[in-house]
Design a protein around this ligand. Structure first.
Ligand code: SAM
Length: 272
C-alpha cells in the first residue's frame, strides 16, 4: 500500500479524495518528504487530509489549512495553523501571505468554482518557493454544468490554464514575445484526471537557446518539411478540388485546407 494512502486510511478524521489522486501525490511529493517545508491546503472539511499530509511529509513539515467555515478553527488544538477566509478574495490572500510568508506546496481542495480556482492560483503564484508547486484538485468541475459550476465555459479553470500553456512557450525565441512573470515563473504544467499541477521553476526562467552538439558534424541535410507533394491520388478523398493532378506546395493555401481537414477528422474522433 502506498504511504500516502496509508496516511489517508489511518487519519483520525474524515477525508474525501478521488482514488486516482494517491499515485499522483506519491510521485509528485517525493522530493519534499522529511523536509522543512510549508504546505497549505485550501478546503479542510473535517480535517482528515491535514493529518494525512502531516503523517506523509513528516515532523518537519508545517501544515496550514484555509477554510471558509469558521468551525475549522478547532483543528488548531491538533497542532495545525488554520486561517478562516475566502479563497476567492484577493485581499484574503494578500493578508495570508503577509502572515505566513512564501510556501512550498499549495493544494487547492476548496470550493472548485472557476473564480475560486483562478483567484487562488493567481494570488499564490508569486508566493510559491522555487521548486514548489500548486496542485489544483477536482478540475473536472471545469466540465461540469450542474452543482452551480456552469461549465464548460470560456472562463473555466482549465481554459484559463490553456492560456498559461501559451505563455510558457514564449520562452522560445522563435515566438518573439516578451516574457511576463508567468513565463519566468512556471516551469511546467501537468494535467491528470481532475488534478492540474503548476510547477514553479527553481530560478527565474529566461529565453531558451538552440543548441548544436557539434557544428563540424553538420551535413546541411535537406529539410523536407515543406517539399512540394503530389496530392493527386492517395489524398483524393481528403481534398475535393479540381486541380488534383497538380504538384502542390506544402506551404500553399490549398495544402493548408487539406491539413485542416485531416486534423478536423481526428478532432471529431477524440470528441466522441
Ligand atoms: C471537499 S471539502 C475539503 C475536503 C478535505 N480537503 C479533505 O480532503 O477531506 C471542501 C471544503 O472547501 C471549503 N470551501 C468552499 N468554498 C471555500 C472558499 N471560498 N474558501 C475557502 N474554503 C472554501 C468548504 O467549506 C469545504 O469544507
Amino acid at each position: 500500500m502506498k504511504k500516502i494512502y496509508k496516511s489517508f486510511k489511518n487519519s483520525p478524521k474524515y477525508s474525501i479524495k478521488w482514488n486516482n489522486y494517491f499515485d499522483i501525490y506519491e510521485n509528485l511529493f517525493q522530493k519534499f518528504l522529511k523536509k522543512n517545508i510549508k504546505i497549505v491546503e485550501v478546503g479542510i472539511g473535517d480535517g482528515g487530509s491535514l493529518f494525512m499530509w502531516k503523517n506523509f511529509f513528516g515532523k518537519k513539515a508545517k501544515v496550514i489549512g484555509i477554510e471558509l467555515n469558521p468551525d475549522a478553527k478547532k483543528l488548531e488544538k491538533k497542532g495545525f495553523k488554520i486561517f478562516v477566509g475566502d479563497q476567492s478574495s484577493p485581499t484574503f490572500w494578500k493578508n495570508f501571505y503577509k502572515k505566513v510568508g512564501n510556501i512550498d506546496i499549495l493544494i487547492d481542495d476548496g470550493g472548485h468554482t472557476n473564480l475560486q480556482q483562478v483567484t487562488t492560483l493567481m494570488e499564490s503564484i508569486n508566493h510559491i518557493k522555487p521548486g514548489g508547486m500548486i496542485l489544483v484538485e477536482d478540475t473536472h468541475t471545469s466540465y461540469m454544468k450542474n452543482k452551480g459550476f456552469k461549465n464548460p465555459s470560456k472562463y473555466s479553470f482549465i481554459n484559463f490554464t490553456s492560456s498559461l500553456i501559451e505563455i510558457i512557450h514564449r520562452r522560445n525565441p522563435s515566438l518573439n514575445k516578451n516574457l511576463n512573470f508567468i513565463a519566468k515563473k512556471i516551469n511546467s504544467i501537468e494535467y491528470y484526471d481532475s488534478i492540474t499541477v503548476i510547477n514553479i521553476a527553481n530560478k527565474s526562467l529566461k529565453k531558451s537557446k538552440n543548441l548544436e552538439n557539434n557544428k563540424r558534424l553538420r551535413s546541411y541535410f535537406d529539410d523536407y518539411r515543406y517539399k512540394t507533394v503530389n496530392i493527386s491520388k492517395k489524398n483524393k478523398n481528403k481534398i475535393s478540388l479540381n486541380f488534383l493532378t497538380q504538384k502542390i506546395s506544402k506551404r500553399s493555401y490549398l495544402y493548408k485546407i487539406y491539413e485542416n481537414n485531416v486534423i478536423k477528422k481526428y478532432l471529431k474522433l477524440i470528441k466522441k
